[in-house]
Design a protein around this ligand. Structure first.
Ligand code: CTP
Ligand code: MG
Length: 232
């Protein structure tokens, strides 16, 4: 099943505190975003990678060292919030097309083709599917530094990307968000607003989003473990 992917890459990486866009952080000698892009560029089911970037960083993205076929990349301009960067990518696809669209954070370089295939399959069957993992920690609700309650963990999942949708559903959800001035932290939250059921597939705990400084050494460790696995 073929798909297109929108990769929002127009953030500033403020929480990482590097003083530059964290997507250019070197990981194993190559920029973080190059690792993310290569997974999709090397996936034969991926027709197009729509990369949402800050215009002034376009040259940097064009000069990335990539292993996959860079001709699959089309650029769009990013927006103020992640959701706007995704919306710009979405409006570059002909709304009449019957296609599956994935959205994947540029800052998640450890996604695998296996997990992509799982979420694509589920979205093809059900219209909307996302990747997540069951919560491992005990979660409590806190107010003014005092515990209010312990939340039953058995129904809680941490949500990652990719998130996959039939194009018409993602369009309708983004349109709803625009009209209602709603800003979500992921695409599924918009789809939930139009009451379309979103399915979940289990991903992997190493599909982390590099967000704060300590994620850098987790990232290096995951990369090392993966390259070790490849050698075996
Ligand atoms: N992103 C984007 N456009 C924005 C904000 C974020 O395309 N206006 C992208 C980021 O580049 C990243 C993904 O959305 O690939 C997930 O966002 P996040 O991890 O929050 O990255 P940043 O916004 O760059 O980081 P921060 O929030 O710490 O500034
Ligand atoms: Mg952000």
């Amino acid at each position: 099943m073929n798909y297109r992917v929108i990769i929002p890459a127009a953030g500033q990486g403020k929480r990482m505190g590097l003083g530059y866009n964290k997507l250019f952080l070197p990981l194993g000698g190559r920029a973080l975003i190059a690792h993310t892009l290569d997974v999709f560029l090397q996936d034969s089911s991926c027709e197009t990678v729509i990369l949402s970037t800050n215009e002034e960083e376009r040259e940097l993205f064009l000069s990335l060292s990539l292993k996959g076929d860079r001709s699959k990349i089309t650029f769009v301009n990013g927006g103020v919030e992640r959701q706007h960067s995704v919306a710009n990518g979405l409006s570059s696809i002909d709304a009449k097309e019957d296609t599956l669209v994935l959205v994947h954070d540029g800052a998640r370089p450890f996604i695998t083709r296996e997990v992509i295939a799982k979420v694509v399959q589920k979205a093809n069957d059900n219209g909307a599917a996302i990747v997540g993992v069951p919560v491992k920690d005990t979660i409590k609700r806190i107010q003014s530094s005092v515990v209010q309650e312990t939340i039953d963990r058995s129904s809680l999942w941490q949500i990652q990307t990719p998130q996959a949708f039939r194009l018409s559903i993602l369009h309708e959800a983004h349109q709803w968000a625009r009209v209602n001035n709603y800003l979500g932290t992921d695409e599924a939250s918009l789809v939930e607003k139009i009451s379309y059921p979103v399915s979940i597939v289990e991903g992997s705990y190493d599909n982390i989003k590099l967000t704060t400084k300590e994620d850098i050494y987790f990232g290096e460790a995951i990369l090392q473990a993966k390259s070790q696995e490849e050698k075996q």
